[in-house]
Write a protein of this length. Structure first.
Length: 468
């Protein structure tokens, strides 16, 4: 669950119009960030619209060069950004370094598309017909706290590349990397006002951004509940929207799979980023004939995961983002869950140990609801048909994995599982070269991949008569 809210701070906020940023590993305040008011959102839209017109008028090669300079600036500040992400989000240093590198790579990839944003020539009688892909204008991006840097730039980079301006509202708990990236954009020579960061609360700053008539499209990543509210508000204004929402992804292990490899890979498929991942394989479905053996292999793999100081290079899992999230995970799991449990620090901070639940019914809350914590439930299945039934028995359809040596089965099950991103004998979900998005209540639209820039354009058709 990634509602755009932050935990109550351990101390009162410095002012009603500011947010305290806490270090999740200690609970200590590390910064106070002013919130953006609706009036300031309005002024930001005005600045963005002015900058967008100048940006769109640039030659494509000049826009591409500017984005590559931005990517180079991110690369030069990668370690600084990673350490900032560790501090505000509690990510392990390895994860945070990947995030900074992903921002760089997405900017580079988007820059390569600027000069390839092609329309078409369509054969028609009586003349020549062409299509033009034109920028929408000002794009509002509402980013989550679970991967603050990369998810924000999965929309920001292609939107800028397509000739738009971007207003980014980060989550209340994780605005620091976004603010630093905005500074790097200016230093790289992007026009002032083209990329602005608007910290603040979702119900105030976010709502002002969604409702503003000068914002042409909203890209939101977060909970399904908030996504539905944003979709309704955008519908009232016939405003475009891309939504990447919740997930409850299956990890299907067939009896013919390499069980040792499947069990070794399973822990980090739901423990990466402390389980605060929309693609977390939090439902492990194992064929009944190998169910007991798989659990025997899974237990030591889970128990050996190193949970601790996210700044330590050896740490594999850090804390949860906030007290609010810790309380939610605890309430869904219960005090003494059956199954497998690892260890976690017991001192200050928002810690929860790696946990695998067994013996649950398919309709148990921990099986059906997105916990967004380091928790997975293991369920047995009988055969291929039963595996597909269980995998699809959810309101979500974002991601998933299946483990088998049978190529035919891999193809059949991949076609049958209702999810936008599947991996065979792997848990990879996101690559900036390929499209990413979900089925059902996991969202609308796709991000990344070769069509990413087109999602931020309007198609204009122009007909030239050749009749005498």
């Amino acid at each position: 669950m990634r509602d755009d809210v932050s935990a109550p701070p351990t101390a009162p906020p410095s002012a009603p119009d500011a947010h305290d940023i806490l270090d999740p590993s200690t609970g200590e305040r590390i910064a106070t960030v002013p919130a953006t008011t609706p009036a300031e959102v309005d002024a930001a839209v005005t600045r963005a619209a002015r900058a967008q017109r100048l940006w769109a008028a640039l030659a494509p090669a000049d826009r591409a060069r500017a984005l590559r300079r931005f990517a180079a600036a991110v690369d030069g500040a990668a370690e600084e950004l990673a350490l900032l992400e560790v501090q505000e989000a509690g990510h392990t240093i390895g994860t945070a370094r990947w995030e900074a590198a992903n921002v760089r790579d997405v900017l580079d990839f988007a820059a390569g598309g600027v000069e390839r944003l092609n329309g078409r020539q369509i054969p028609v009688p009586g003349g020549l017909d062409i299509t033009l892909l034109e920028p929408l204008g000002v794009i509002g991006v509402i980013a989550p706290w679970n991967y603050p840097m990369p998810i924000a730039f999965w929309a920001t980079a292609p939107a800028l590349a397509a000739g738009n301006a971007v207003l980014l509202k980060p989550a209340e708990t994780t605005p620091l990397t976004a603010l630093r990236l905005a500074g790097l954009a200016l230093a790289a020579g992007l026009p002032e006002g083209l990329f602005q960061v608007l910290p603040g609360a979702g119900p105030v700053t976010g709502t002002a951004l969604v409702d503003h008539p000068g914002v042409a499209k909203i890209v939101f990543t977060g909970s399904t509940r908030v996504g539905k509210e944003i979709m309704a508000r955008c519908a009232a204004r016939v405003k475009r929207v891309t939504l990447e929402l919740g997930g409850k992804s299956p990890n299907i292990v067939f009896a013919d799979a390499d069980l040792e490899a499947a069990a070794a890979a399973a822990p980090m498929s739901f423990l990466d980023n402390s389980g605060q991942d929309c693609c977390a394989r939090s439902r492990i479905l194992v064929q009944r004939s190998v169910y007991d053996r798989f659990l025997e292999l899974l237990a030591p793999a889970v128990e050996s995961v190193v949970v601790g100081d996210p700044r330590d290079e050896k740490t594999q899992m850090g804390p949860l983002i906030s007290r609010l999230q810790l309380d939610r995970v605890t309430s869904l799991v219960g005090p003494e869950p059956a199954g497998i449990r690892g260890s976690a620090p017991t001192g200050p901070g928002f810690w929860f140990p790696p946990t695998v639940l067994t013996g649950l019914a398919p309709d148990a809350p921990a099986v059906r609801e997105e916990i967004f914590g380091p928790v997975a439930a293991v369920l047995p299945f009988e055969d291929e048909e039963d595996a597909v039934r269980l995998a699809n028995d959810t309101a979500y359809g974002l991601s998933g994995s299946l483990w088998t040596r049978d190529l035919g089965r891999a193809v059949r099950v991949s076609r049958a599982v209702q999810a936008g991103n599947l991996s065979v004998n792997s848990h990879s979900s996101v690559r900036y070269w390929t499209p990413f998005g979900g089925y059902k209540q996991s969202g609308l639209g796709r991000e990344l991949g070769p069509d990413a820039l087109a999602a931020f354009t309007e198609t204009k058709n122009v007909f030239f008569s050749t009749e005498a």
